[in-house]
Design a protein around this ligand. Structure first.
Ligand SMILES: C[S@@+](CC[C@H](N)C(=O)[O-])C[C@H]1O[C@@H](n2cnc3c(N)ncnc32)[C@H](O)[C@@H]1O
Length: 413
């Protein structure tokens, strides 16, 4: 027996999230209820969930499941939700004086809506605590101390506690520079995982359109095993739960213990370049703030020039992980399309024989049209969301293990 836990993840890339969670010692399964954006697992004790929420870089949130039960899709379903929530002993989870709110995600057809569920479940918690402890628990919709989750998926409701807090885990730290088209740090971490680079980091990683440096920051932080929560230690909701206070859990001491896995001295060749001096300076500031600048090399460089300048040795990189412009938030689609082609040329030059190119793009067809010409093929793909935009993460490999440029040289020689 144990406690069931749920994680919210970037949609479409749940298999990669499950891999990271396994590496952190938690055998997790992708897509709870078959739904994208979720993963689930069983922990022996709630403290294990706190550790995972502190360490994992590919999840948005972790939730401890307190109850699951059937709910009708008719208006009576709200009665089912009230009873499911009311029966729980909330005094174990909500300190006297702590504020709470209920947050809901609903999938499927129901005769009621998300706000109805939140209101009903909130009332059930207030009533339940009033009956057991004779006190009235305060609700706060803005920045509550404890966030209760009541998610309704078709005929099932799941009641749980959010262990992360108001800000999801994509907020790693204060970022000195905000790139206007920055990638979510959680998705960036999943892309680095998907590249396989962490198995052999000495082969090198490159982001030739690095913007504010999100992908470089995630790569270097994963390399050094820096927990996602390292710079936001005070913000975790699990710190306020009476369950842990009653057991004398000292989270400051525990986090220091969890931090013992960090290897600040570990380095690997991590390179980032961008055509914009402003973004590159922003990346430098962000990487410095994340305490990984010393393992990253930055260069002002047009991706078109990458095969010419000798900054990256030919065939000297194990993984390129990149988020080229889509031509939606800035630039034009024509320019963005051309950059997709230039990216393949740069990848053909820089990747070693077993190298992997991981690209997030809103227009996969722009890459696919030119893959053959460079002897590349898509090995895997994940349909994800980048902000609100549907996008694909493509995992691209060489078909025959040699670059076109290298082959040409061979023939001419
Ligand atoms: C979508 S943004 C990358 C955002 C980045 N992943 C982040 O999270 O901050 C694309 C970047 O490509 C850069 N870029 C555009 N054209 C380029 C070129 N020809 N060579 C190199 N970088 C270029 C832009 O300056 C921009 O910073």
């Amino acid at each position: 027996m144990g406690w069931r836990v749920l994680f919210t993840t970037p949609r479409g890339i749940e298999d990669v999230v499950a891999e990271e969670l396994r590496a952190l010692g938690l055998p997790a399964r992708p897509r709870a209820w078959g739904l994208p954006g979720w993963a689930w697992a069983t922990v022996k004790a709630p403290l294990e969930l706190a550790r995972i929420c502190y360490q994992a870089r590919t999840i948005f949130r972790g939730m401890l499941v307190l109850a699951e039960g059937p709910v009708r899709r008719t208006p009576e379903g709200l009665r089912d939700i009230y009873e499911l929530v009311y029966e729980l002993d909330w005094t174990a989870w909500l300190l006297e004086g702590a504020t709470f709110c209920v947050r809901t995600k609903r999938h499927g057809d129901h005769a009621y809506h998300t706000p109805d569920i939140e209101r009903t479940a909130g009332q059930a918690i207030v009533d339940s605590i009033q009956r057991r402890a004779g006190r009235r628990q305060r609700v706060s919709l803005k920045e509550p101390d404890v966030s209760v989750r009541v998610d309704v998926n078709g005929p099932t409701a799941v009641v749980g506690l959010d262990f992360v807090g108001e800000e999801a885990l994509h907020k790693r730290m204060f970022r000195p520079y905000d790139h206007p088209a920055a990638l979510s740090a959680v998705l960036a971490a999943a892309m680095v995982w998907a590249s396989g680079w962490l198995d052999e980091p000495e082969r090198g990683l490159l982001d030739p359109m690095c913007g504010g440096g999100t992908l470089l920051m995630e790569a270097a932080s994963l390399l050094r095993k820096i927990p996602a929560g390292y710079f936001r230690k005070g913000k975790f909701a699990f710190r306020l739960l009476p369950y842990f206070r009653e057991r004398g859990v000292d989270f400051d001491a525990l986090m220091a213990e969890w931090d013992a896995q960090i290897d600040w001295a570990r380095t690997a060749p991590i390179r980032g370049s961008d055509v914009s001096p402003k973004h590159l300076e922003g990346a430098r500031l962000n990487l410095e703030q994340a305490r990984v600048l010393d393992t990253c090399e930055l260069k002002l460089l047009d991706v078109e020039k990458l095969p010419e300048v000798g900054w990256v040795p030919e065939g000297g990189v194990g993984a390129i992980v990149v988020n080229p412009p889509f031509g939606v938030r800035s630039g034009t689609p024509r320019k963005a399309r051309r950059l997709h082609g230039l990216l393949l040329k740069a990848a053909d030059y820089a990747l070693d024989a077993r190298g992997t190119l991981v690209v997030i793009t809103h227009r996969p067809e722009w890459l696919e049209a030119e893959l053959d010409a460079y002897g590349f093929a898509v090995e895997r793909r994940y349909a994800v969301l980048h902000g609100d935009l549907p996008a694909d993460v493509l995992i691209v490999k060489r078909v025959d293990g040699a670059s076109q440029a290298q082959e040409q040289e061979h023939e001419e020689g």
